[in-house]
Design a protein around this ligand. Structure first.
Ligand code: FAD
Ligand code: PHB
Length: 391
């Protein structure tokens, strides 16, 4: 088999890149180790930046998102039993975020790709990347028991944090930056209408809590937990007790409760690899960087990477100009590090740390009050949260 760009991974990065390249007339094949059913059922992100929304619309896959997603023009910071609204739209010249689940984005991208005759090979095994530092790289894999090879001009490694692409870069040529956090999030899906019109990020001495939504009938809620916790330690009643305590306000706000039908624990880490390119292999999305979910940046960074990469590949095929491809890593990393800082900052401001002393708690509180009370500080949060300009 032969293609121009071989794409490893059918997550948001891989599928969006395939879509952008298809629209630029560039042939791609997407290889995915899981089944279509699995990728369309994995519960992950929920918040799309304005730029990501615009990009999905521009490439013709935004119609269902515009119908079923929820546009949010503000978020709430909650601490000391009180709500503090950050008016995203007023602080950023009208920008907003869209709450629309990642697996719905995946469904829309898969449907659009298959409808337009694009290839996605699901359930491939034993993927390995060969000759990435030559002009004729290839991807070797097994499918339906047989060995196959995909010859490419370029390979896009969009296979997430645990994929094979990043380790293909020799360790002496890459540098990895890591920060782990001493906590995780327990996330649940609940059959109940939204408790709040906007997302609530709550600081509490028992730990962080987050109220998000998925639809008029379904809420997405998170509580800070130990990253080693197993679900048996979190029976429904314990989850509700923590959510009620951490979200309580002095003005009678009520958490809407209902049947919990999905639970999961996620660990929190910050990670970046530099550079994001080796020869003709280009990394994008979680394959190259991870952020803790507090800033809602992961999926959006994946979208930003592939936008830069698609433009660079289009320039190459149009005119043979390799300069944008050579600049890919440096251009992408500038946005990555900004998002790394924002995500680390939100995480540090809103969570309880094991070694918190009274001094650190007072600092956290002072920071929260400053962000809630100062137009300059809340503008900084708002412009990062809705997403800094793309170009
Ligand atoms: P992935 O989504 O991980 O996709 C990689 C794909 O590659 C997968 O389908 C995988 O099966 C496949 N693959 C792996 N290895 C191979 C292989 N060897 N061969 C072939 N295929 C392979 N981000 C936000 O922007 N906003 C949020 O609100 C947000 N909330 C989050 C909440 C949670 C609980 C979690 C866990 C994450 C959240 N994120 C959020 C982060 C976001 O989900 C990720 O950043 C995003 O999925 C990255 O997309 P990706 O395409 O790079 O990688
Ligand atoms: C979500 O809805 O899943 C969500 C929202 C905001 C975040 C992280 C996750 O910061």
């Amino acid at each position: 088999m032969r293609t121009q760009v071989g794409i490893v991974g059918a997550g948001p990065a891989g599928l969006l890149l395939a879509r952008l390249l298809q629209r630029a007339g560039i042939d791609t094949v997407v290889l995915e180790s899981r089944s279509r059913e699995e990728i369309e059922a994995t519960i992950r992100a929920g918040v799309l930046e304005q730029g990501t929304v615009d990009m999905l619309n521009e490439c013709g896959v935004g119609a269902r998102m515009m119908r079923e997603g929820a546009l949010h023009r503000g978020i709430e910071l909650r601490f000391g039993g009180r709500a503090h609204r950050i008016d995203l739209a007023a602080l950023t010249g009208g920008r907003a975020i869209m709450v629309y689940a990642q697996h719905e984005v995946i469904k829309d991208l898969v449907a659009a790709r298959l409808e337009s005759g694009g290839r996605i090979l699901f359930g491939v095994e034993g993927v390995s990347l060969q000759d990435v530092d030559t002009r004729a790289p290839s991807i070797h894999f097994r499918r339906n028991g047989g060995a196959e090879r995909l010859e490419c001009d370029f390979i896009a490694g969009c296979d997430g944090f645990h994929g094979v692409s990043r380790p293909t870069i020799p360790s002496r040529l890459r540098r990895e930056f890591v920060r782990s956090y001493p906590f995780g999030w327990l996330g649940i899906l609940v059959e109940a209408p939204p408790s709040s019109d906007e997302l609530v990020y709550a600081w509490h001495e028992r730990g962080f809590a987050l109220v998000s939504t998925r639809s008029p009938q379904i809420q997405r809620l998170y509580v800070q937990c130990d990253p080693q916790d197993v679900l048996e330690q979190w029976p429904d009643e314990r989850i509700w007790t923590e959510l009620r305590a951490r979200l309580a306000t002095t003005d009678g706000w009520k958490l809407r409760e209902g049947r919990i039908f999905q639970k999961g624990v996620v660990a929190m880490r910050s990670f970046v690899v530099e550079p994001m390119q080796h020869g003709r292999l280009f990394l994008a999305g979680d394959a190259a960087h991870i952020v803790p979910p507090t800033g809602a940046k992961g999926l959006n960074l994946a979208a930003a990477d592939v936008r830069v990469l698609a433009r660079a590949l289009a320039a190459f095929y149009r005119s043979g100009d390799e300069a944008p491809l050579a600049a890919y890593s440096a251009v992408a990393l500038r946005r990555v590090w900004r998002a790394e800082h924002f995500s680390w900052w939100m995480t540090s401001m809103l969570h309880r740390f094991h070694d918190d002393d009274a001094f650190s708690l007072r600092l956290q509180r002072a920071q929260l009050e400053y962000v809630a009370g100062s137009r300059a500080a809340s503008t900084s949060l708002a412009e990062n949260y809705v997403g800094l300009p793309w170009d």
